[in-house]
Design a protein around this ligand. Structure first.
Ligand code: PLP
Length: 377
């Protein structure tokens, strides 16, 4: 079911985010209402609150169509990650990109220590190394752009390599959103998003989603959600769909600002490196042009000095908020090597990840300039 089949075929993606997942028919409300129920009268499709909810269904219709598959929503991105891992057979081998969201790496390590899975970490930039790591593996776990280095990996090439070894491929596409990247079309079997980020877009909810074209995988994920109780809140699903309505305009604006800030940061004397796949000299530039329909609104930069110098930048920002997370209307920044897991994975000590929001670009630049100013001397 790659394209929506309810009269929306042929629409632009910026129309789809507005139109999908709405009740139809004369007198229907425009939005699916909140249905906070734990149980239902016998005789219907859903008997209990863990099995389904009209709000989840509306959100799944929209997110599934955007990524070109069937969507299953979960209580958070991590609940979605855990559900996928739980569908694997006991002692299954997972080949996982060495750089990935640290929560995912921690969860994999714990599953490995508990004897549930075996994990092989691999440099996902190296297709031959990935092919070798996929020997005997059930799943290849990829993320692109990678958190927090904002590097890209080649979904088509890596999917082909994994499939040749019999491994399925998952792409965590959180940083790209379904509007900038469609991994299922590039060969992936599963795509995952932390909908907490760009899809919700307002830093007011936690939610995750997995999209696949394989009905059996979808059914297994629905079963896991119900069995493990990894169910999204009714309000969260409502807010995520409301957030989705404006994702195209939010992302267009934030991406334009991100490009502008990336160029200005690259010319700043206190900045030693900018990582943004929209910059022509970025190592991910060519791949971004092939694989993504835009470079997105996540960037990272490294500063002169040491970790304390970069921490000072994070402390001095005023309009920008020093906080973790990303993908909301508000610009956030954080020094990622503050987390032991990211430092161990080789994140440069002064790397500051910037999630660009929708504020005025000149206001954001003034804020960055004043925060960077003491580092010039
Ligand atoms: N995947 C990526 C790339 C993330 O950045 C995050 C959270 O930051 C997650 C997954 C986990 O999502 P959540 O925080 O919604 O559980």
């Amino acid at each position: 079911m790659p394209e929506p089949d309810d009269g929306h075929a042929g629409l632009g993606r910026d129309s789809l985010v507005v139109a999908l997942g709405r009740p139809q028919g004369p007198g229907a409300p425009l939005n699916v209402g909140l249905t906070p129920n734990s149980t239902y009268r016998f005789g219907g499709e859903v008997g209990y609150g863990r099995d389904g909810n009209p709000g989840w269904a509306a959100l799944e219709t929209a997110l599934g169509a955007l990524d070109g598959g069937d969507a299953v929503v979960f209580a958070s991105g991590m609940a979605a990650v855990a559900a996928v891992l739980e569908t694997l057979p006991a002692d299954a081998l997972v080949a996982c990109s060495r750089v990935a969201y640290h929560g995912v790496r921690v969860l994999m390590k714990e599953r490995e220590q508990g004897g549930r899975l075996r994990v092989r970490l691999v440099d996902a930039h190296d297709v031959d190394a990935v092919a070798a790591a996929c020997e005997g593996a059930s799943l290849l776990w990829l993320e692109t752009p990678l958190n927090p280095l904002i590097e890209l990996v080649d979904v088509a090439a890596l999917s082909a390599a994994a499939h040749a070894e019999g491994a399925a491929v998952l792409v965590d596409s959180t940083f790209a959103t379904p509007l900038r990247q469609r991994p299922l079309e590039q060969g992936a079997d599963l795509v995952l998003h932390s909908a907490t980020k760009f899809i919700g877009g307002h830093a007011d909810l936690l939610l995750g989603v997995v999209v696949t074209r394989d009905r059996d995988r979808r059914d297994e994920l629905v079963h896991r959600r119900a069995s493990d109780g990894a169910t999204p809140g009714v309000l969260e699903a409502f807010l995520a769909l409301r957030g989705l309505r404006t994702m195209a305009v939010r992302l267009d604006r934030a991406e334009q600002t991100a490009g502008d800030l990336a160029r200005r940061l690259a010319a700043h004397p206190a900045v030693t490196r900018v990582r943004y796949p929209g910059l022509p000299d970025d190592p991910g530039y060519e791949l971004a042009r092939r694989q993504m329909s835009g470079p997105g609104s996540m960037l990272a930069f490294e500063t002169v000095g040491d970790a304390d110098s970069a921490d000072g930048v994070c402390e001095r920002v005023e309009l920008i908020t020093s906080a973790t997370s990303l993908g909301g209307v508000e610009t956030l920044l954080e020094r990622r090597a503050r987390y032991a897991g990211d430092a161990e994975a080789g994140t440069p000590p002064t790397l500051i990840r910037l999630s660009v929001g929708i504020e005025n670009v000149e206001d954001l630049w003034r804020d960055l300039e004043q925060a960077l100013a003491p580092l010039r001397h």
